[in-house]
Design a protein around this ligand. Sequence first.
Ligand SMILES: [Zn+2]
Length: 124
Amino acid sequence: MRLSKHFDLSEFKCKCGCKMPDWVFENIKNKLIPNLEEARKKSKVPFIITSGYRCEEYNKLVGGVPDSAHTKGLACDILASASGQRFEVLSSLIKSGFSRLGVYKTFIHCDVDYKKPYPVIWYK
Ligand SMILES: [Zn+2]
C-alpha cells in the first residue's frame, strides 16, 4: 500500500512477519510519513528504510530500548553508511522538523515520539 510518493507500507512492516496493529498503522501514516516524505523530497539521495515498526518481541530480539518509538510506529532507521549520504539524510531530516535523531555507523534513526525529550541528537 502506497503511503506517499516515496514510501510504501511494506517498507515499515515488522521484520518478524507479525501483523501490524491498526493504531500503529495510523501512527506511521499520520505522524511519521508526512514529515518523512517532506525530508525525502529535500534529499539528494533515496531513503532506504532499514527498520520501521517493531513488535515488542522483535524489538527485544534486536536489542532495541524498552518503550522504543519503533514499537509505536513513530520511528524509522534510514540507511546511511557513507559520509555524504549521512549528511544528506541528516540535514534533510532536520530541515523537515525532525528533532529526535540518532546517528549510528550505518544508519540514521529518526522518530516523532514527543513523549521523549527533544530536540536531541545522539550517536552510537
Ligand atoms: Zn513483529
